[in-house]
Design a protein around this ligand. Structure first.
Ligand code: SF4
Length: 690
C-alpha cells in the first residue's frame, strides 16, 4: 500500500492526511501530523475520500465531455476537440457581438487548487478581456475580506489557527466551529482546558455555547446593534486603550458619536440581550491578556455583514487586542481553498496578491507579464449579481468551474431562470450536479486526489496537496482545459506543471514572493506574507501595530443597525436561517458520494425547530413538514430541538430534496454583494400523512 501525503479537500482548517492507495485506487485515509490537525481528523477527513472511486450514490463522475447544440436536445458525449472548438467558437461570437463584459467566469474554492484559480483569472482577464471572474467566497466570507481590508488594510485572519488555544478570551460570534471546522473546535476546547474564558454570541445553543462561560443568545438579525453596544459599554466603563487609540488608529471621534446611543439598555430592545450580560462579556474581553474574536457565517451572511465585520475589527482597535499572538480577528474561511481562490485573484476587483485592478501600475505590470497590450480597468460582476445582470441583458455566457450555484446560491428559482435565459453555459466539474443540468457544454475535470498543487488554509497557510491516483475516464486537469481553450483564441496559456504556474504567480505578487514549492516541502507550510526566500512566513499580522492601510493606521468604523430585508409578518411568521452540518460539505456532491458520510443523514434533510413552535404547530420530531417562503416551497423533516428559540427555524443547504435555497432571499450586502442566507420569512405546515 502506498501512502500519499496531502491536504483534506473539505473545510478551510487545512488538515493534512495520507491517502492510502492500492492498485491505483484509494482505499483509506489516515491523519498526518499537520500543523493544524496534529495527527487527528474529523469525520469528513476520515471518511470523505471514496467519491474518488465513483460510488454513484448521489450522482456520477463526469468522465467524458458532453455537449448539446440546442437546449431542446439532451447532452451527448463528444470528443475533447469538438467540445473545446465549440466553446471557443461560442465565446468568440458572444465577445464580438456583445463585448467581453457579456461573459462571466468562476474560479473554484474547492479541490482544484490555487494554480487553476490563477490560470482561470488570467484567462478571463487576458484572453476574454473582462474582470467578470468571481467564486463562492462571495456567498460566505466576502464581507470579511471587504470589512477587514477597510479597517486594517488586509482581509485575512490576523492570527493562526494553532494560536486559538493560547488565547485568554475567545469571543465566538456567529460561528459554529463544531459543525463547520471540527479541528478548529478542538483548539477552542483546548483553550477552555487551558483556562480561557469563552464568550459565545449565537441565537442557537451550539457546542461552543454549551461550553461557554457566557452565552449571548441574541435575536436573529441584530448583530450590528450588539457590536455597537459592546463598544458603548467599553467606552462608558473606561476599558478602552487610549495609548493604542492615540498612536495606531484613525476615526475615533466619529466612532464614539455613532456608538453613544447604543447603551446596552437601548440595544436590548433590538438584540434581546440583558445589559448585565453585555457588560460581563466586555469586561472579560477587555481585561484578558490576549482576546481573539472568531466568526463565521452568522456574521457574514446578512445584508449588513460588512458593517458588522468592521465593527468587530473596531473592537480590536478600541482595546489594542490585535498585533500580538493569540489576539486579533479570525474570520474562519469555509471551504478548503476559499482563502486561496481569493489569494489568486479569482475576484472581480483584484489580481493575485490582492492588487487592485483599478490601479494603472498594477494593470501595466500584469499586462506585460501576460503578453497583452492592455487589461480591463472596470470592476467585474460578482456571482450574486449574475441573475440581475442576465435580466438586464448584460450577461450572455457563464463559465462555471467547480461550483454548483443552483444548489448553493440564494433564491435558486431566480438563478435557474437566469441560466435558462443565458445564451451559453459551460460547466467544468467532477460530478453531474444541479447546475450542470442547465449546461450547453460539460467539461470533465480531474478531482482532488487525481492532481496536485497548493491550497491556502483559513490562516493564510499555503500547503502542498498531491496526486494519489491516476484519473479514470477522459478527463483533464482544470488548468490544462483552460490552456487548451486559450490556444483556440491564439493565446499561449500552457504550462509544464503546477510549479511553473506557481512560480509565475509568486513572481507577480510581493506578498507571496518567497513562498516556493521547495519551502512548503521543507517547512510543511508557509503562511503569507512571505516576501523573500529567507522569510519563513508570517504567523500573525500587524506586529508593531502597523496596519496595511494607506496611512498604516487602523480605521475605526461604526454605523446604525438596520433590520434584515424581509422580516416576519402575519403570512410568513417565522425566521428561516441556513446553517452547517458536520458530516456534509457544501453542495454535497463529494460527501454525498462517500459511503460512510452518506449514512449520516438522509433526504429530505431537516428543519431544526424549537420545542415551543413544534408544540404550537402540532409538529412532532421527524415529522414531514412544508416550509414556504415568498420564493418557493419545500418539504423537509422536523428536528425538534431545545437548542433553538421560538420564532426561528434552521435548515442546512446540502439536500437536493428540501433544498432550502428554494426559499432564501437574494438580498445582498451593498458592499460585498453577499446574500442574506441567515434571515428570511417563512411559514410552516405539518404534513399529516406520511
Ligand atoms: Fe478536513 Fe476540516 Fe475535518 Fe480537518 S476539520 S479533517 S480540514 S473537514
Amino acid at each position: 500500500m502506498k501512502k500519499v501525503l496531502t491536504v483534506c479537500p473539505y473545510c478551510g482548517s487545512g488538515c493534512q492526511l495520507y491517502l492510502c492507495v492500492e492498485d491505483n485506487r484509494v482505499v483509506g485515509a489516515e491523519p498526518a501530523n499537520g500543523p493544524i490537525n496534529e495527527g487527528e481528523l474529523c469525520l469528513k477527513g476520515h471518511y470523505g475520500w471514496d467519491f474518488l472511486n465513483d460510488t454513484k450514490i448521489l450522482s456520477k463522475r463526469l468522465t467524458k465531455p458532453m455537449l448539446r447544440y440546442t437546449r431542446s436536445e439532451p447532452l451527448r458525449e463528444v470528443e475533447w476537440d469538438e467540445a473545446l472548438d465549440y466553446v471557443a467558437g461560442k465565446l468568440k461570437t458572444i465577445k464580438e457581438q456583445y463585448g467581453p463584459d457579456a461573459i462571466m467566469g468562476t474560479g473554484s474554492a474547492r479541490g482544484t487548487g490555487n494554480e487553476t484559480n490563477y490560470v482561470m483569472q488570467r484567462f478571463m482577464r487576458a484572453v476574454i478581456g473582462t474582470n467578470n471572474v468571481d467564486h463562492c467566497a462571495r456567498v460566505c466570507h466576502g464581507p470579511s475580506v471587504a470589512g477587514l481590508t477597510a479597517i486594517f488594510g488586509s482581509g485575512a485572519m490576523s492570527n493562526s489557527i494553532p494560536e486559538i488555544e493560547d488565547a485568554d478570551c475567545l469571543l465566538i460570534f456567529g460561528y459554529n466551529a463544531a459543525d463547520a471546522h471540527p479541528l478548529v473546535a478542538k483548539r477552542i476546547l483546548r483553550a477552555k482546558q487551558k483556562g480561557a474564558k469563552i464568550i459565545v454570541v449565537d441565537p442557537r445553543k451550539t457546542e461552543a455555547a454549551r461550553i461557554s462561560d457566557l452565552w449571548l443568545q441574541l435575536k436573529n438579525g441584530s448583530n450590528m446593534a450588539l457590536v455597537n453596544s459592546f463598544a458603548n459599554i467599553i467606552l462608558a466603563k473606561g476599558w478602552h486603550n487610549d495609548y493604542f487609540i492615540n498612536n495606531f488608529t484613525e476615526g475615533f471621534a466619529e466612532y464614539c458619536n455613532t456608538v453613544k446611543k447604543y447603551t446596552p439598555e437601548y440595544a436590548q430592545a433590538i438584540t434581546g440581550i440583558e445589559p448585565d450580560l453585555v457588560e460581563a462579556a466586555m469586561k472579560i474581553y477587555t481585561h484578558s491578556k490576549n482576546s481573539f474574536i472568531l466568526w463565521g457565517m452568522g456574521v457574514t451572511q446578512f445584508g449588513q455583514a460588512v458593517d458588522v465585520v468592521k465593527g468587530l475589527g473596531s473592537l480590536c482597535l478600541l482595546t489594542g487586542q490585535i498585533g500580538k499572538p493569540s489576539s486579533g480577528v479570525g474570520p474562519v474561511r469555509g471551504q478548503n481553498n476559499v482563502q486561496g481562490a481569493c489569494d489568486m485573484g479569482a475576484l472581480p476587483n483584484i489580481y493575485p496578491g490582492y492588487q487592485a485592478v483599478t490601479d494603472a501600475a498594477n494593470r501595466k505590470k500584469f499586462a506585460k507579464a501576460w503578453g497583452v497590450e492592455t487589461l480591463p480597468d472596470k470592476i467585474g460582476f460578482t456571482i450574486t449579481e449574475v441573475p440581475h445582470a442576465v435580466a438586464a441583458g448584460k450577461l450572455k455566457a457563464f463559465y462555471i468551474i467547480g461550483e454548483d450555484p443552483v444548489q448553493s446560491d440564494p433564491d435558486s428559482g431566480g438563478l435557474k431562470k437566469a441560466l435558462n435565459d443565458l445564451e451559453f453555459v459551460i460547466v467544468q466539474d467532477i460530478f453531474m450536479n444541479k447546475t450542470a443540468l442547465y449546461a450547453d457544454v460539460i467539461l470533465p475535470a480531474t478531482s482532488w486526489g487525481e492532481h496536485g498543487g497548493v491550497f491556502s488554509g483559513a490562516d493564510r497557510r499555503f500547503q502542498r496537496f498531491r496526486k494519489a491516483v491516476d484519473a479514470k475516464g477522459d478527463v483533464k486537469d482544470d488548468w490544462v482545459i483552460i490552456g487548451e481553450l486559450a490556444k483556440r483564441f491564439g493565446y499561449e496559456l500552457t504550462y509544464k506543471n503546477t510549479e511553473a504556474i506557481w512560480n509565475e504567480m509568486i513572481s507577480l505578487c510581493p506578498s507571496y514572493a518567497g513562498a516556493t514549492y521547495e519551502k512548503m516541502e521543507r517547512q510543511g507550510s508557509v503562511q503569507w506574507p512571505c516576501r523573500t526566500l529567507e522569510d519563513p512566513g508570517t504567523d500573525y499580522l500587524f506586529k508593531g501595530n502597523i496596519f496595511q492601510t494607506t496611512s498604516k493606521k487602523g480605521i475605526f468604523f461604526a454605523t446604525e443597525w438596520r433590520a434584515p430585508a424581509e422580516v416576519p409578518d402575519e403570512q410568513y411568521p417565522i425566521v428561516l436561517c441556513t446553517v452547517r452540518e458536520v458530516g456534509h460539505y457544501s453542495s454535497r456532491t463529494m460527501t454525498g458520494n462517500c459511503w460512510g458520510l452518506s449514512q449520516l443523514a438522509d433526504e429530505p434533510g431537516y428543519v431544526q425547530i424549537s420545542v415551543e413552535d413544534a408544540a404550537r404547530l402540532d409538529i412532532e420530531d421527524e415529522q414531514l413538514m412544508r416550509v414556504t417562503s415568498r420564493r418557493g416551497s419545500v418539504i423537509s423533516r422536523a428536528r425538534v430541538s431545545d437548542r433553538v428559540k421560538a420564532g426561528a427555524v434552521y435548515m442546512t443547504y446540502q439536500w437536493w430534496i428540501g433544498a432550502c435555497n428554494e426559499l432564501t432571499i437574494d438580498n445582498l450586502d451593498p458592499i460585498s454583494k453577499t446574500p442574506e442566507y441567515k434571515y428570511c420569512a417563512v411559514k410552516l405546515e405539518a404534513i399529516a400523512d406520511q
